[in-house]
Design a protein around this ligand. Sequence first.
Ligand code: ADP
Ligand code: AMP
Length: 216
Amino acid sequence: MRLILLGPPGAGKGTQAQRIVEKYGIPQLSTGDMLRAAVAAKTEVGLKAEALMRDGKLVPDSVVNAIISERLDADDCKGGFILDGFPRTLIQADATEAMMKEKGIDLSAVISIEVDDKILADRVSGRYTCANCGAGYHDVNLKPKVEGVCDRCGSTHFKRRPDDTRETVVTRLSAYYRETSPLIGYYYAKGKLKTVDGMADIDKVSAEVDRILAGL
Ligand code: ADP
Ligand code: AMP
């Protein structure tokens, strides 16, 4: 299964990707996570990306295209993968098509998670993750079962992203509408687009995603 998860920041792409990883055993390829790792490691890519990410602006296509093309060659992608947060522009979508063709693989589906803009600031500003295993949580919508303890790994260390502020949501949403939302039409025209109601609670969205995946 080779999937793309599409949606504005805070739609629930990472949350659903983590659940698909657990159920189907295919890796989640999040360009955001890869770029954050590059920033933390102070690599050349990280130095290029840091200020753009902090301000909620997109990193250049050439940078993310190269990261993904290399990542798709890894052994753990042989049985499928979930692209989360990539592609984000038409140039990246064309590059994805070219790289998949070159690697002799097909896209199974693009799942677009639809949400109202007005809830995105609450979703993003309440988001945090386990610093040890990366499990995702939310201050109101998805708390650990035991307060302050990660459900998945038991760690008591959590972190928040520097760009997850109400201020950057505006810039990030503009980037989404300008650059990413045209991909909905792009994949619809290719017969690959599936949509889910991202306003429903997390389990309901997962059930809808499962229904789509079962039909592929
Ligand atoms: P994205 O990867 O699309 O930016 P996330 O999956 O990280 O978004 O979700 C953003 C925040 O919203 C997280 O804190 C997550 O726990 C929460 N969340 C995700 N899906 C839902 C949902 N369907 N209903 C309520 N909260 C959600
Ligand atoms: P995300 O974790 O998907 O919310 O991405 C966080 C930030 O990383 C974005 O606001 C961008 O600055 C950058 N980024 C992640 N993926 C891409 C991409 N495919 N193209 C350009 N920039 C990206």
